[in-house]
Design a protein. Structure first.
Length: 284
């Protein structure tokens, strides 16, 4: 009876977290990050890259954005027509910008980001426990099969198949879950692990690293009793994230415009309407 109770508890948690990961829609940036119709028209009609840069800088002055593109430009999505908040990226599968995007997961057929990252982690954790529990409970019957105590041919096949599948998924989930635990401990997303975020002072892979405890709280919340439950408890709204040092905690878009102009002169070729792509991040 105890085995069945534990089995059903793990099964319910597994299904619940999977359902939350699948049906929790990713969150898009708020309206204040979108271009107004007038700004959009002014930006698209302007052919000079340096003027386009100034237009984006004017729009971004009032926004809490602190990261930049690799060449020092403003993170702008030309598909969604918005200034990207920190850690926001455009998902080509979902065809939208996703707050704190981690990756697009084919397992749940959904984009994993700020709104459902906790649910995804719990889904991996409970899937791991579920597979481990099945393998542990079936293993004793595998021993009986190995010693010849099982005589039914069908039961032998079922036990071997169930044990093999449980162990196979356990091993694969262990590596995936371990990797995401490492990311959470460093306060990084999968995208940030492969592409270091750029701040005013340059790239910094630990720019959002606040320490192990605070990193956990940012994903799971401050209420520890809610950490293992598939209930939304992540800190913030996904538009702004605390940074590691005070020197990075000021808006780089508010720096003097001479720096922007110098970057534009050094990095952008003259007389090319396509040069604006150097100052504007265009993600797929």
């Amino acid at each position: 009876v105890a085995y069945l109770v534990v089995f059903h508890i793990l099964f319910v948690l597994f299904v619940w977290t999977y359902w939350k990961s699948v049906f929790t829609l990713p969150i898009q940036p708020g309206k204040k990050f979108h271009m107004s119709y007038a700004d959009q028209e002014r930006y698209e009609n302007e052919e000079r890259p340096e003027v386009q840069r100034q237009i984006l800088a004017e729009i971004a002055r009032k926004l809490p954005v602190y990261t930049r593109t690799g060449n020092g430009g403003i993170r702008f999505c030309d598909r969604c027509q918005l200034i990207k908040p920190d850690r926001c990226h455009h998902c080509s599968v979902c065809a939208m910008c996703v707050l704190k995007m981690d990756h697009h997961c084919p397992w749940v057929n959904n984009c994993i980001g700020f709104s459902n990252y906790k649910f995804f982690l719990l889904f991996l954790a409970y899937s791991l426990l579920y597979c481990l529990y099945i393998a542990a409970t079936v293993f004793k019957y595998f021993i009986k099969y190995w010693t010849g105590e099982l005589t039914n041919g069908r039961s032998k096949f079922h036990i071997l198949f169930l044990l093999f599948v449980a162990i196979m998924f356990f091993v694969s989930l262990m590596f995936l879950f371990g990797y995401h635990c490492w990311l959470v401990s460093r306060n990084r997303s999968t995208l940030e692990a492969f592409s270091t975020p750029v701040f005013q002072n340059g790239p910094d892979k630990n720019g959002f690293n606040l320490g192990f405890v605070k990193n956990l709280q940012q994903v799971f919340g401050e209420e520890k009793k809610l950490w293992l439950l598939p209930i939304a408890s992540s800190q913030g709204d996904g538009h702004f994230f605390p940074m590691r040092t005070l020197s990075e905690a000021r808006n780089p878009l508010l720096t003097n415009e001479e720096q922007w102009e110098e970057d534009g002169i050094d990095e952008e070729p003259q007389g090319s309407g396509e040069a604006s792509s150097l100052a504007i991040e265009r993600e797929t």
